[in-house]
Design a protein around this ligand. Structure first.
Ligand SMILES: NC(=O)c1ccc[n+]([C@@H]2O[C@H](COP(=O)([O-])OP(=O)(O)OC[C@H]3O[C@@H](n4cnc5c(N)ncnc54)[C@H](O)[C@@H]3O)[C@@H](O)[C@H]2O)c1
Length: 354
């Protein structure tokens, strides 16, 4: 399948590696800065036939990719994705899928109209540890799910925010909840049943006066099924990236994922299990070199299968929209100082500028 990548920055190596590992024919690498695209091509020793482009619309016209990944600034995802979809491409969109619900809806409308597949790039859903927990949820091993917590305890210094103008801005990024924490927020909402009905949030910018948005965020989610979710996210953790955890408590089980990015099972106890099972499962997972993990490869493999079998991708555009809605609801609650009800009628990171 003919593949192109738009956006050749920090996360782009994960995309090129996933494309290569899945046997895609890379036809173009596109970035406003051609040097970045060239460096990526050289790093993966891609064939001469791979075109380097700076204008993605020209690239769509001239290179005719069938599958495109969009890994540009978050505020540009929707416009670029809709153009790709309207050119007839299937699209993998980096998280967050967009920065407003109206933009997410535009993507979903175009996806439906053009009959293509769109996947939101929440690659941690494919972590072995996450799949282990998901399977316990699906088979009912927790019994009634009581509550879940997630903690994203990472560190981003001024050098990170100064590495590109768009970081930490309301127009192109949002704060740590929208950027770093949205993976875990997606997982928590998914595990607890998706149907969140109320969100209470608190956000703060404690250590990064140069950015517009938050560097710490905290929230409580109430679900239709009675369960509760708790979110703690920070890029102010002393000493560097510490951990990203996801813990579920049910009437018949408790389990905790940890490691740097929910990549390892840390606790595993079920009424229908025993110590031998706990010993076997604790420690399972991967040890990735960075917090992006290994999930891009599996997400690409799933997308290819979804296209082949004409089914929904495992991480659908609707899932990407739900994660976006959750973060926007936390922002709205934090700004108004009161709980907000879901579904949100609308919302955009731009609502919080000033
Ligand atoms: N899934 C993950 O774990 C993960 C990790 C990091 C980043 N991301 C997401 O990926 C996206 C990119 O993040 P990054 O850290 O790689 O950013 P980056 O700033 O390092 O790279 C973005 C690149 O996009 C290019 N670009 C912007 N607009 C463009 C356009 N119209 N046409 C072509 N190129 C364009 C820029 O020149 C830049 O090189 C963000 O949405 C971010 O949230 C996801």
């Amino acid at each position: 399948m003919r593949y192109a990548l738009i956006g050749c920055g920090r996360v782009s190596p994960n995309h090129v590696a996933a494309a290569v590992d899945n046997g895609l024919e890379i036809v173009a690498l596109c970035d406003l800065d051609a040097e970045k695209a060239k460096a990526l091509k050289a790093r993966y020793d891609l064939p001469d036939s791979v075109r380097i482009c700076t204008d993605y619309r020209e690239m769509l016209r001239d290179c005719r990719p069938e599958l495109v990944a969009v890994a540009t600034y978050s505020g540009t995802h929707a416009d670029i994705a809709v153009d790709c979809i309207e050119a007839g491409c299937h699209v993998i969109i980096e998280k967050p899928i967009a920065l407003s619900l109206a933009d997410a809806d535009r993507i979903m409308e175009a996806e439906k109209r053009m009959g293509v597949k769109v996947s939101a790039n929440h690659q941690n859903r494919f972590n072995a540890a996450v799949q282990q927990m998901r399977s316990a949820v699906r088979t009912g091993r927790f019994g009634k799910l009581l509550y879940g917590t997630t903690a994203i305890r990472w560190q981003r210094g001024d050098d990170y925010y100064q590495s590109a103008d768009w970081r930490g801005t309301w127009a192109q990024d949002g704060g740590t909840l929208m950027n770093q924490c949205i993976h875990a927020i997606d997982l928590l909402r998914w595990m607890l049943g998706n149907d969140a009905v109320e969100v209470t949030g608190v956000t703060a910018n404690a250590m990064h006066p140069s950015i517009e948005a938050e560097d710490m965020g905290f929230a409580l989610l109430r679900f239709q099924n009675g369960s509760v979710g708790m979110i703690e996210g920070s890029v102010n953790t002393f000493g560097g990236d510490w951990e990203e955890t996801l813990t579920l408590f049910g009437e018949k089980g408790r389990a905790k994922l940890g490691g740097k990015c929910v990549n390892v099972v840390e606790e595993w106890h079920f009424a229908d299990g025993d110590d031998a099972e706990s010993r076997a499962v604790v420690g399972c997972g991967e040890d990735p070199p960075n917090v992006y993990g290994f999930g891009h490869k599996s997400l690409y493999a799933d997308m290819l299968e979804a296209i082949r079998d004409d089914r929904k991708p495992y991480v659908s555009s609707a899932a990407g929209r739900r994660a976006l809605e959750t973060v926007l609801a936390i922002y709205r609650s934090a700004a108004d100082g009161k709980p907000v009800s879901l579904p949100l009628a609308g919302g955009s990171t731009l609502d919080f500028k000033e």
